[in-house]
Write a protein that binds this ligand. Structure first.
Ligand SMILES: NC(=O)c1ccc[n+]([C@@H]2O[C@H](COP(=O)([O-])OP(=O)(O)OC[C@H]3O[C@@H](n4cnc5c(N)ncnc54)[C@H](O)[C@@H]3O)[C@@H](O)[C@H]2O)c1
Length: 303
């Protein structure tokens, strides 16, 4: 890959840190913008230029965008349940913030924006696997906000000639996952509960399924989307492992006592149809869940 300058918004977060590490290891120039409401800038590689900034500060963001070839837009308040409790605050960051990123990128003459979209946009569908051709049916403010971001990506590419591509991530897990707090993602939460000697709390009957996708595979998809000529016209693509695992099965894989708690508002099943992603990016997932979970157990000091 030729050397490019990348700006990762939300780059101090879980997925952003993984992408920054990979790009730096490939000799790319990496800037990060993050206001540190989450994430941790201390674990970023020292080669990264870190800018503590809110993405809604369009003018300041446009300055950071100068000389940037590709913006990887990850900054968000990314939790479904949090968005139900805080619909306005999350809208402001996830929608107005995304608009600000597009405007800053446009102003600075950035060539391409790769956007972290979400599988939550699908909601509950009649059919599986979930194809990007299905009409989205968001079931939470977060899902709607992330989908609005996708639509903005598509539109800005059409009317302002900035290249954009949206990648719908499916339940990402792997190193740098944050296991803390009430909104922690399920694998991180389970591993923390095991570490603390607590039972694994499963919402509902545990038969809901998710398509757990390793962050190394997600990182590879993002870098391909940043570089390939086959995309850039506002496409939406699924980035999922293409498997279904129930929360009960995940709990068995992790091990430990189980406690069932009341169900919450969330889609019942997700599984990605990745045919279009394979076709346009030449991307395929490589990490099996059982291997990724074993690796993460070591990462959390459990084995
Ligand atoms: N983790 C998943 O399973 C998953 C699935 C689908 C989509 N996504 C999307 O991927 C992206 C990254 O997710 P993640 O899991 O790494 O989340 P994360 O919370 O670890 O990272 C998000 C980062 O954004 C930063 N941020 C929040 N508001 C900001 C603002 N106003 N200005 C600047 N920075 C701000 C936070 O400080 C944090 O470091 C998000 O857009 C999320 O919606 C994630």
């Amino acid at each position: 890959m030729t050397t490019k300058t990348f700006l990762i918004t939300g780059g101090a977060g879980f997925i952003g840190t993984n992408i920054a590490e990979k790009l730096v290891s490939e000799g790319q120039v990496v800037k990060v913008v993050d206001n540190l409401v989450g994430g941790n800038d201390k674990r970023l590689p020292k080669e990264v230029e870190f800018n503590k900034l809110d993405i809604r500060e369009t003018e300041a963001l446009a300055k950071v965008c100068e000389g940037v070839d590709v913006v990887i837009h990850l900054a968000a308040l990314p939790r479904v349940q949090f968005s139900i409790q805080h619909p306005q605050e999350t809208h402001d960051v996830n929608v107005t913030g995304t608009l600000s990123v597009l405007e800053a990128a446009k102003k600075a003459g950035v060539k391409r924006v790769v956007y972290a979209a979400s599988s939550s946009a699908y909601g509950d569908q009649e059919v599986l696997p979930l194809s990007v051709d299905l009409p989205p049916q968001p079931k939470s403010p977060y899902a709607l906000q992330k989908y609005m971001g996708e639509e903005m990506m598509r539109l800005w590419s059409e009317i302002f000639s900035i290249e954009t591509v949206s990648l719908r991530f499916f339940n990402v897990y792997g190193p740098h996952l944050d296991p803390e707090g009430p909104y922690a993602l399920v694998i991180g939460r389970f591993l923390k509960l095991v570490k603390d000697g607590e039972p694994l709390t499963i919402t509902g009957d545990g038969e809901q399924t998710r398509d757990f996708t390793h962050v190394r595979d997600v990182t590879r998809a993002v870098i391909l989307a940043a570089n390939k000529d086959t995309v850039g016209k506002g496409e939406s693509l699924n980035v999922g492992a293409g498997n279904q695992t129930s929360i009960n099965d995940l709990a068995k894989m992790i091990g430990g006592k189980i406690e069932y708690v009341p169900a919450r508002l969330e889609p019942k099943h997700t599984m990605a149809d990745i045919s279009k992603t394979k076709e346009l990016l030449g991307w395929e997932p490589t990490v099996k869940l059982v291997d990724g979970v074993e690796e993460l157990k070591k990462y959390f000091g459990l084995v």
